[in-house]
Design a protein around this ligand. Structure first.
Ligand SMILES: Cc1cc2nc3c(=O)[nH]c(=O)nc-3n(C[C@H](O)[C@H](O)[C@H](O)COP(=O)(O)OP(=O)(O)OC[C@H]3O[C@@H](n4cnc5c(N)ncnc54)[C@H](O)[C@@H]3O)c2cc1C
Length: 291
């Protein structure tokens, strides 16, 4: 690994100043489970590493009914997976977090690092997008908030400008009678990345059980995680039946833009998208009925 300078600021402002001062030479490290692998392989050779783990409060998970869920940039997969609040109100997120790597990896890997790394297969992106998450960004010109689906610019690329970094993820409080779910298919049982990942969230109208809202997000089948709007619109305003959900699965598979690689052909990925979408919409629907 190439040698580098290490800085560990203690406030959000100091992190931003360090990033501004060192410009393109600097990169943030959170858990390091993506960054250090890339540095060892010399795919990335930052000269300055800005460690954000010393900033107080960034490891906090906060929830209240009015503001929803706020996850600091240092919240790990393991913390999210074990959080009673996440498991109760944001099941899809817990299901994404709990399958990342191994316990050792999840004890270091952060939710925000997974998003900023911007892999098309990023495990927590589909469920967080399905739950309408936003990211809070700090930068030299102040802070801004961005819908999560606008963070991704392509494989391994995000839209953060020089000096900007993500401080928090914010997820609104789910409306009553909302359920969410996430699943991925991998070639190996564990320690593998998704061939396809699907996150879904379904909200039912309180009285008649009609589908009020449906959000379906596909991972690893396009350069970034993507919504499946045609599949979603088939469900919205309808009474959900197995047949309708199967039609939504078919529509999602047509909306996917997969490539063929060593993990599976494009055709296989389309088939998986159909099946996994059906399963996740059904699971979110069942959870919404209980909510
Ligand atoms: C063995 C192994 C198994 C894995 N399994 C999975 C898996 O199953 N599913 C999966 O999705 N991933 C997997 N990963 C990848 C990785 O663990 C996750 O993407 C993890 O969540 C990254 O978080 P981190 O905190 O380690 O990020 P880091 O490595 O610290 O950072 C990742 C990137 O994001 C940037 N960054 C981090 N935080 C911020 C911030 N707050 N603002 C701006 N930029 C930031 C960094 O500069 C870097 O470019 C695996 C990795 C390993 C080594």
């Amino acid at each position: 690994m190439k040698s580098f300078e290490y800085v560990a600021p203690k406030t959000i402002k100091e992190v931003t100043s360090a990033l501004k001062r060192h410009g393109k030479r600097a990169m943030i490290v959170a858990g390091g489970t993506d960054l250090l692998v890339k540095m060892k392989g010399r795919a990335l050779t930052p000269e300055v590493i800005v460690d954000i783990k010393r900033v107080p409060g960034l490891d906090e998970i906060k929830f209240d009914k009015k503001n929803g869920l706020t996850l600091g940039a240092c919240v790990t997969m393991r913390e999210a997976e074990l959080s009673p609040v996440v498991r109760k109100h944001y099941a899809g997120l817990a299901e994404g977090a709990e399958i990342v790597g191994s316990v050792q990896i999840r004890n270091r890997a952060t939710i925000v690092g997974n998003l900023c790394n911007a892999a098309p297969s990023a495990e927590v992106a589909p469920s967080l997008m399905a739950l309408d998450a936003k990211v809070k960004i700090a930068g030299p010109r102040g802070s801004r908030t961005l819908p999560l689906d606008q963070l991704f610019a392509g494989p391994g690329k995000n839209v953060l400008k020089p000096g900007e970094w993500v401080t928090h993820v914010v997820v609104p409080s789910p409306p009553p009678r909302t359920g969410s779910a996430y699943v991925r298919h991998t070639t190996r049982e564990a320690m593998d990345i998704a061939v396809v990942g699907v996150g879904a969230a379904v909200t039912l109208a309180p009285r008649n059980g009609i589908c009020k809202d449906a959000r379906i997000v596909l991972g690893a089948v396009a350069p970034t995680p993507i919504r499946a709007p045609r599949a979603e619109s088939l469900l919205k305003g309808q009474k959900l039946t197995a047949d309708l959900i199967a039609q939504a699965g078919q529509a999602a598979s047509e909306e996917a833009r997969p490539i063929s690689d060593q993990r599976g052909s494009a055709e296989f990925r389309r088939d998986l998208t159909k099946v996994l979408t059906e399963r996740m919409v059904t699971r979110a629907f069942e959870a919404a009925k209980k909510g």
